[in-house]
Design a protein around this ligand. Structure first.
Ligand code: UDP
Length: 384
């Protein structure tokens, strides 16, 4: 079998790279450590026909034209628009930090033009240094959050959730994490700012099956990759390899393991058509140990039969510290982890033909569209 390129890891980045290179005429061997392709976007279907996002809820959303066009060649989206609700002291709120939440929480009736001044006034009360930065230092998570929304909202919706999610006081976390959350001076309760979003009508697995369905692509599952693999396959040194497993694992953790947060999911099938009326409900308090409950059938509102069926599957999400054997989910961004990452990157640069990408390879949180985009870029750079 002719092999021009190895793609090690069949997540969203690897499958994108494989497809683009195959369409350019290369023969691709895809090696996947797990029993099935799709990485953490892989789904299962339960006995009631509900698509379960095995590794937590995934909603495709993007503002990138090339990504949207590329993905739509393979699947059709159902038009689902993601909304997140949050429980706080026995009440349910719409989470995006905006007019809906502020007016509901404070019991007031601000207009859009009045919100910025109100928030600025609230933020002023909570921040010890009203100018934000202390001695030119970057804001930490807590300072950033208070400057965005003020202390009462921070305490109600962010502080305890974040402590559960990251296992540390929010003061120890970087501001970048909270910058992922939209803050809007409107009643727009869409969780994402991208109007192009949805769930594949035929399910996420069909995206991967179709991406890899090309005569130039051969897929082998249950095949872990390491630096010996190229030689074992009888391929010359320098054969192009696109690797998207953990970067530290590729070098046998020789400088130590990069820290991750992991998650544990607890599923329950209920004899109910609808448990919570929405796909994701956040639990923002310290009174329960989980951060959110996913109810997957709500991702397919177009399937009226499924919605009406008197069964639903819910999944409680419990964050935990990553230990060997756990799935890595969120890179823990600290000065130490960044320095460790740089040491591993220097090792990558020494291996001819090796390109490392994806969430695990780059040790970065990526939304699905960003992974597709980076895969398109990596394949484009290779072909240029
Ligand atoms: N967050 C929070 N309360 C919430 C939702 C999010 O404090 O109800 C914070 C938390 O620190 C989290 C970050 O915002 O890590 C980003 O949230 P997002 O929903 O983007 O996280 P993801 O769904 O990617 O885990």
């Amino acid at each position: 079998m002719q092999i021009d390129v190895i793609v090690a890891g069949a997540g969203i980045w690897g499958c994108t790279v494989a497809r683009v290179l195959a369409e350019a005429g290369r023969k691709i061997l895809v090696l996947e450590r797990r029993a099935a392709v799709g990485g953490n976007v892989r789904c299962e279907t339960d006995e009631n026909g509900i698509e379960i996002h095995t590794y937590g809820s995934h909603i495709f959303h993007t503002h990138l034209d090339n990504v949207w066009d590329f993905v739509n060649r393979f699947i059709t989206f159902n038009g689902y628009q993601h909304k997140v609700l949050a429980r706080h002291e026995g009440k349910t709120y719409f989470l995006p930090l905006g007019l809906t939440l502020v007016n509901q929480f404070y019991g007031i009736d601000l207009k859009p033009a009045e919100l910025p001044a109100f928030i600025a006034q609230e933020a002023q009360k909570g921040l010890k240094d009203p100018n934000g930065c202390k001695n030119g230092e970057a804001l930490n998570f807590e300072e950033q959050a208070i400057s965005f929304i003020g202390e009462p909202l921070y305490r109600a919706f962010i502080r305890e959730y974040t402590r559960k999610q990251w296992g540390t006081d929010p003061k120890n976390l970087p501001a970048s994490i909270i910058k992922r959350l939209p803050v809007r001076a409107s009643y727009d309760i869409n969780y994402y700012s991208d109007y192009r979003q949805g769930i594949p009508l035929t399910g996420y697995n069909s995206l991967f099956d179709r991406l890899l369905d090309h005569p130039g692509i051969t897929v082998e599952c249950n095949r872990p990759f390491d630096l010996e693999t190229v030689g074992q396959l009888g391929l010359p040194e320098g054969t192009p390899v696109f690797y998207s497993g953990p970067i530290d694992a590729l070098f046998d953790y020789r400088f130590g393991a990069l820290p991750w947060r992991s998650l544990r999911f607890e599923r329950e099938t209920l004899d109910l058509a609808d448990f919570q009326g929405t796909s994701v409900m956040n639990y923002t308090g310290a009174d329960v140990p989980f951060t959110r409950i996913h109810e997957f059938k709500h991702f397919h509102p177009e399937d009226k039969d499924l919605m009406a069926r008197p069964k639903t599957l819910i999944c409680r999400e419990y964050p935990k510290t990553w230990e060997p054997g756990d799935e890595p989910y969120y890179a823990v961004d600290t000065a130490e982890s960044r320095a460790l990452l740089e040491r591993y990157r220097a090792e990558v640069a020494k291996v001819p033909g090796l390109v490392v990408g994806g969430r695990l390879g780059e040790y970065r949180y990526y939304d699905m569209d960003q992974s597709v985009g980076r895969g398109l870029d990596a394949a484009g750079a290779f072909l240029a």
